[in-house]
Design a protein around this ligand. Structure first.
Ligand code: NAP
Length: 329
């Protein structure tokens, strides 16, 4: 497994991270707990040591399942747990809250659910525009000094917000969306991270399954699965993205003898100081891990990939529909 240090924290982590949003069930049409536990344990067996979760994923469920999977197999010492704070919920509605009191409560809740005494990476999930960033940064720095967390991260933050945060606390990581189809961070967050020594935990490495090569026009989704409302998964846009997947699959096979999923995750790893967060909830979904490691995408192929994307997708769209409301209720 390839590894990377998270910022200046001294923590080394695998460059492929297991994403556990779907393991919480919420917005992914439910979950089978035994399969989820087996997935987490298999990931660690394959050398994936960074596990990304959040309180809001299933309103505690994802963290609980991660804690259970690690405890049951005695794996806590082998992994780095990255979790988050700064989102609250009421009656199934999510809102931002990164006030000091909320973060103090959340850290204790996460430690309990994850059955651990320290969180390796603690990230603010979304910027709370109603709370001064300094207040949020200060409490995280205090939590680090107290030994409850080891590294600090932010998610969905702009460079200006990170500048304000870094004036108060040492920042180690940033977690933005980043994959072949969602590349906005190349204009700002990615160069900022490279310049300031942050590790980028890129989320949605296979664009919610679109880049797995397994999705086509006949794929259906259960219950509250977010792909029912994702604009990439419907209408003409969906056809454009599917055409891009087909062309990328051909390139991956002809040049590298790889699947489009392996190409997509490798592409994230070859773009900067990144960890590719790849969500899985069934053990066999992790079969391609080995196929991603030990090779690189050359400059000509990078350019050819850009040309495929430009040819197939007329107007790329960002995953802005995921953002929780800015105002507290
Ligand atoms: P993703 O990694 O792009 O896609 C995950 C989905 O792809 C899986 O749930 C699975 O869906 C499908 N999949 C995975 N492996 C597959 C395989 N081998 N073959 C076919 N399909 C496969 O999306 P994501 O889970 O949204 O993102 C990764 C992680 O990033 C999350 O789990 C979470 O930890 C983090 N994240 C963070 C934020 C944030 O705001 N900070 C936002 C989004 C995500 P099915 O099981 O339905 O097939």
């Amino acid at each position: 497994m390839e590894q990377i240090e998270i910022g200046s924290s001294g923590i080394r982590a695998s460059r492929i991270g297991l994403g556990t949003w779907a393991i919480g069930g919420w917005m992914w049409g439910g979950i089978d707990e035994r399969e989820a536990i087996a997935t987490i344990q298999r990931a660690v067996g394959l050398g994936v040591t960074l596990i990304d979760t959040a309180p809001v994923y299933g309103f505690g469920r994802s963290e609980e399942i991660v804690g259970k999977a690690l405890k049951e197999a005695g794996l806590r010492g082998k992994v780095q747990i990255a979790t988050k704070a700064g989102l609250d919920w009421k009656d199934g509605k999510v809102f931002r809250d990164s006030r000091a009191a909320r973060l103090r409560t959340e850290v204790e809740d996460s430690l309990r659910r994850l059955q651990t005494d320290v969180l390796d990476v603690y990230q603010i999930h979304w910027p709370d525009l109603e709370t001064p960033l300094e207040e949020t940064a200060r409490v995280l720095e205090d939590l680090r000094r107290e030994g409850k967390i080891r590294a600090i991260g932010v998610s969905n933050f702009s460079p200006a917000q990170m500048d304000a945060f870094r004036a108060v606390a040492t920042l180690d990581a940033v977690q933005p969306p980043y994959n072949l189809f969602e590349r906005d961070i190349e204009a700002d967050v990615l160069p900022y991270a490279a310049r300031t020594g942050l590790t980028v935990l890129s989320y949605g490495a296979i664009c919610r399954g679109l880049l797995s090569g397994r999705i086509d026009a006949s794929t259906t989704y259960e219950g509250d699965d977010l792909r029912k409302i994702d604009p990439k998964f419907s209408g003409e846009r969906f056809q454009e993205y599917l055409a891009a997947v087909q062309a990328l699959e051909a390139l991956a096979r002809e040049r590298f003898g790889k699947s489009v999923l392996a190409l997509a995750v490798r592409w994230v790893l070859d773009k900067g100081p990144t960890i590719a967060l790849w969500g899985a909830r069934r053990p066999q979904q992790l079969d391609p891990v080995g196929e991603i490691l030990g090779w690189h995408i050359d400059a000509q192929s990078m350019a050819d990939i850009d040309a495929i994307l430009a040819r197939c997708i007329r107007e790329p769209i960002a995953p802005t529909y995921m953002a929780p409301p800015v105002k507290r209720p």
